[in-house]
Design a protein around this ligand. Sequence first.
Ligand SMILES: [Zn+2]
Length: 236
Amino acid sequence: MKTDKFVRYGKRKISYAVQRANRRTMEIAVLPDGHVTVKAPLKAKASKVAAKVLKRARWILRQQAYFSKFNPRTPSRIYCPGETHLYLGRPYRLRVHATKCERVVLGRGMILVETKGEPKRGLVRAAMQDWYRAKAYQVFDEVISKYYPRLGLGKILRPRLHVRRVSKRWGSLAPSGTLTLNLDLIRAPKICIEYVVAHELCHLHHADHGKAFYARLVEMMPDWKIRKERLERALI
Ligand SMILES: [Zn+2]
């Protein structure tokens, strides 16, 4: 696909491909690999197509950011000193240190990983993963404790928490009563974690995403849409 056209949006450049078709309206799509396509009427002027792309620029960038999270080409962390890692939406600079015991300490703007012996990447990575997992269980459980009582279901139905690294979902609720949350969520701002938890908890009342489900979600969290959008931009 030839993405030979582009518009500028602030400092960003948005490239796109135009597909002409016998149609009356324009339709913009962002593909999972980040490419932008515009289906346009045969006679639509190039300037009109560009204006349309510009008008949707914010949405396009948001979609691209969302997909980039799942894109394996996104450089992954290599656990070297100086690298930035996120925790609850804030960036922390990684420092490593060889010492007698193994621990991870969060300081102002930095995350210190201490390892027994030489702080090799594998050790640093393992220590951080353990730390992230422990924090995830702690923080997610607090969030469930905050939102679950609002459903008025009594203690019995409170779901069991399970934290896993899953590639394409933030959370899911099994009929067995297990709430699975994505480990990566611990890197997102707390308001986003709350959104995912509230969404999943609402499934205790409504299994589908029908009107009643969203009514319940709005009642529990009136600003859920803002939180959801924030989450889509948070973890790039
Ligand atoms: Zn859902």
